[in-house]
Design a protein around this ligand. Sequence first.
Ligand code: FAD
Length: 508
Amino acid sequence: MINCKKNKFSVVTSKKILNKNNSYDAILVGAGIMSGTLALLITEILPEIKILIIEKLNKPGSESTGAFNNAGTGHAANCELNYTPLDENGNLQIDKALSINRSFENSMSLWASLYATGKIDIKKFLKFIPHISFVTGTEDISFLKKRFKAMSEYQEFADMEFSSSFNQIKCWAPLITNNRNPLDKVAATRIKRGTDINFEALTKEYLNYISNNKNVEICYNTELIDLKKIDRKQWKLKVRSLDREVSLITSYVFLGAGGKTINFLQKSKIPEAKIYGGFPVSGKWLICEEKSLTEKHNAKVYGKADIGSPPMSVPHLDTRWIEGKKFLLYGPFAGFTTKFLKKGSYFDLFSSIKKNNLFSMLDVGIKNNDLINYLFSQSLKSHNSRVENLRNMMPSAEPSNWYLENAGQRVQIIKKTKDGGSLQFGTEIVNSGDGSLSALLGASPGASTAVSIMIEVLKKSCLFNSDKFDLEKKLSYLLYESESKNESDNNFLEIIKKRNNSILGFHP
Ligand SMILES: Cc1cc2nc3c(=O)[nH]c(=O)nc-3n(C[C@H](O)[C@H](O)[C@H](O)COP(=O)(O)OP(=O)(O)OC[C@H]3O[C@@H](n4cnc5c(N)ncnc54)[C@H](O)[C@@H]3O)c2cc1C
């Protein structure tokens, strides 16, 4: 038996005993933003479903979702230059940026619906803050200009501003220009409607709200050990809590265990799992709490990644609001460890190497030797050399104002290909053919697009089999799509943005 709390994090409202062979309609593994979002969607559209969320740690959102473990950027592709690469003919690719922007608007729509009905409090996790891209030098300035021209033609980015004036950029983000030579060639774009999101606080908001539903149970200090399909319709999960082990039965499993998902996906033995492996990348931030500096910076400023560095190490100087306090974060500096979670084990990587993926993992290791060297060299950097790197963006930075903190752990996807393996930097949902299990692999663009990703997970799950038309209708109502569906594409987006701005408090 396991002590299962209907938990409001610090306040335990009731205690329930989880019995051997307890049975659920759905068990969600991990209490990060992904499981939190899926649980919220299920309770909103299928409130009669009996859900159990199990979390290894003693509170939600403490791994990658933790406030200091990620950058808190509401990724809408406003400023992240790696979302708009150039193809081999020098043409700008903006499809990814458009799709991320739409996905993030879905997140905004859901939050607006929940806030308007008093279910969550957006002030606990969302701040509007301009998103800026900043570059130096002729080549990067011409890239930024090209990007601005292409993107600002679309409704999604119509409010993007471009400037190559030192004084204008000084006005947008003075820490970027302080101590910089005014004759330097610089350029920036800005979108005022950017966001800083505390995804840990958001997860808590979701879980707080859904724990009012009697069909939802959340168990902390409870760890998935193993899982097995026992018949055509059911899974048996072995879980451990406070040294006790019990088996639970469920018709649907969501593996939202962050970096550890790959290990459980392999244990599930679904055929779809065979082509995957994982490659861990750790990160570190420089953090500043010095008021004279935090007060001067009100933006997220993204630069260009160093040549040869992986896309997730694009440097950015961010304003962060965490529990009412303002911080500056710079990074991430990448690093390498064999752990799949920040609080994971050094054996994580080795235990994920199987007969099926050995060749693809070795192949990726050999092909990405430069990346591995880059990660090692980044881990060995001294404090002063990290601040030296920060000076590319903030020339006046002083080592004494900044300290180093570990960020969350990312596990990039390794996928088997015809001629070996490929390393991927996106997110991927893996579903069992019968819709009884889904798993989320990968890292980027991550938490910002959790709503769109989890809608896809839900639609492919066996939970969505009942009255599809009715469920689609409920989803589209939650996202405010039904009210504007007869409009043209541009009008549709404008109506949604206007509605979200007015509820969430953004005044253009
Ligand atoms: C350095 C960094 C910067 C990032 N920046 C951004 C950003 O700016 N914007 C953005 O949108 N995204 C960002 N991301 C990505 C984002 O943080 C992740 O996509 C998101 O938090 C993943 O959420 P999750 O719920 O899948 O995983 P997690 O938050 O890692 O949650 C997984 C949970 O599962 C639990 N768990 C693990 N094993 C078990 C088990 N056996 N049994 C029970 N529970 C278990 C863990 O304890 C954890 O609580 C960043 C990530 C990193 C690492």
